[in-house]
Design a protein around this ligand. Structure first.
Ligand code: C2O
Ligand code: CU
Ligand code: CU
Length: 482
């Protein structure tokens, strides 16, 4: 099957696919574009302008979208590891936003969470002092109660923390050629091709699920890659959709990095489940010259247990992104490197405090009536900006036993990277064996986390479910580190 036909078949296989999709499927497949690269490794300064624009995703007209320095989404920021970078964010929108640096190990005052909003017409200039190893991170708005809507509109982008040594590691480094940044997001469009973020009752409960997949804000594209090893930096920037990814020909992906950086060596895998907020980097071998298609299972519901076992679930699969090989592109890397030099977390037991965290779903219809005791919550309490849920001391190490309720929840903690100790009492899966800042909880996950960055009462860190409708609904809490 050609890529184009695979793509169209994929669209047709999407759950709830309706009218406008038929028109989209008629179009020919265009080459995928990367987000513009904003390289701050020399200047150590960058500027983002949150702005309004218009985007026609479907060819049906389109409507207002938001972005940074462009009409939808933002540039990929390349920031130096082991150095400090001055950021400047101008908000030209007519409502307050924030810019959270998801995965950065920096203090609470510059974290960009709900306490650091940027009012319309104002500028925020945090200094980002990165002492962490190279990793793929991201940035997005984080205004309490509005994160889901603002991210749908486009307030998100990718960050590459770079130490200049990827070449020595034998990794692809040519942005958009053999080093691809892929932002996966689902959306729904109305008949004019405008983003439709109307939340139905199931969306309010389960989180927003679109019926088409955008990659880097584009619909119906194909990645064109050289005949060699290609690096994919995957970000799930969707509000709620979980993607069990694999190639349709089951070709191997070599996992090289999890959320917070490199593994010590690549691990070959056939499938990878990526939940909202998570990043994974994989190498894929195109040296044989054969086209490939990245697909996802169409998990129509994400109830607990529904996706155990990875990429094979009922509901069929849909195309995320077809890949074509162009022999004219320079193939610089022809072998999977043996060693990445990542320092994995050490699993030695330490004397630590253990804490239970439960991610609570509303018990019933009370949620719709906004009964405060019947909403999304953590440990029984719905998020309150004015309440500090935990006070920790700097340098403390703890085990958090995180339990999910009714459905799977991607659990994220600000200002840290953590180690997964166990998933439902068992050794963590390969994809959870490296440093993480977000982990999909399907039952119980135990994490070991040290708190090195400070956060005061005025600028606490968040921990929350990264299904944005759950987060906005109150499945979030906050802590200080002093
Ligand atoms: Cu990516 Cu608190 O968020
Ligand atoms: Cu975060
Ligand atoms: Cu959740």
């Amino acid at each position: 099957m050609t890529n184009r036909r695979a793509f169209i078949a994929g669209l047709a296989g999407l759950p709830f696919a309706t009218g406008p999709l038929a028109a989209i499927a008629q179009e020919s497949v265009r080459a995928l574009a990367m987000p513009p690269l904003l390289d701050a490794t020399r200047d150590r300064h960058f500027r983002l302008t949150a702005q309004k624009g218009k985007t026609d995703f479907t060819g049906l007209g389109g409507g207002e979208t938001w972005g940074f320095n462009q009409s939808f989404l933002g540039p990929t920021l390349r920031l130096p590891a082991g150095a400090s970078t001055q950021a400047q964010i101008d908000n030209t929108l007519s409502e307050k936003i924030s810019v959270h640096w998801h995965g950065m190990l920096i203090p609470g005052e510059v974290d960009g969470g709900p306490h650091q909003t940027i009012e319309p017409g104002t500028t925020w200039s945090p200094e980002l002092d990165l002492t962490q190893p190279p990793a793929t991170l991201w940035y997005h708005s984080h205004v309490h109660g509005d994160t889901g809507r603002q991210v749908q509109r486009g307030l998100a982008g990718v960050i590459h923390v770079d130490d200049g040594r990827d070449d020595a590691r034998g990794l692809p480094i040519s942005y958009g050629v053999d080093d691809l940044t892929l932002v996966l997001q689902d959306r729904r469009f109305d008949r004019q091709g405008r983003i439709d973020y109307g939340l139905s009752m199931p969306d309010q409960m389960m989180g927003f699920m679109g019926n088409v997949i955008l990659v880097n804000g584009q619909l119906g594209t194909q990645a064109v890659v050289p005949r060699g090893i290609v690096r994919l930096r995957l970000l799930n920037g969707s509000n709620a959709r979980i993607y069990p990814l694999s190639f349709s020909d089951r070709r191997e992906m070599h996992l090289i990095a999890t959320d917070s950086g490199y593994l010590n060596q690549p691990v070959a895998i056939e499938s990878l489940v990526i939940a909202p907020g998570e990043r994974y980097e994989v190498l894929v071998d195109f040296s044989g010259g054969e086209a490939g298609t990245l697909v996802s299972s169409a998990n129509p519901n994400q109830m607990m247990g529904g996706m155990m076992g990875g990429a094979s679930t009922a509901g069929g699969s849909f195309v995320v992104l077809p890949f074509g090989v162009d022999v004219r592109l320079p193939a610089r890397i022809l072998e999977i490197p043996a060693d990445l030099g990542g320092v994995l977390p050490d699993s030695e037991a330490r004397s630590v405090n253990t804490r239970q965290i439960t991610l609570d779903m509303p018990m019933g219809m009370g949620m719709m009536m906004r009964r405060s005791n019947d909403r999304f919550a953590i440990n029984g309490q719905s998020f309150d900006m004015g309440r500090i849920d935990l006070s920790l001391s700097k340098g403390a190490t703890e085990i958090w036993q995180v339990s999910s309720n009714m459905m799977m929840h991607p659990f994220h903690v600000h200002g840290v990277r953590f180690q997964v100790l166990a998933e439902n009492g068992k050794k963590p899966s390969i994809q959870n064996s490296g440093w993480k800042d977000t982990v999909l909880v399907n039952g119980r996950v135990d994490i070991l986390v040290s708190f090195e960055q400070t956060a005061d009462r005025a600028n606490p860190f968040m921990y929350h479910c990264h299904i944005l409708e759950h987060e906005d609904g109150g499945m979030m809490a906050q802590f200080t580190v002093t």
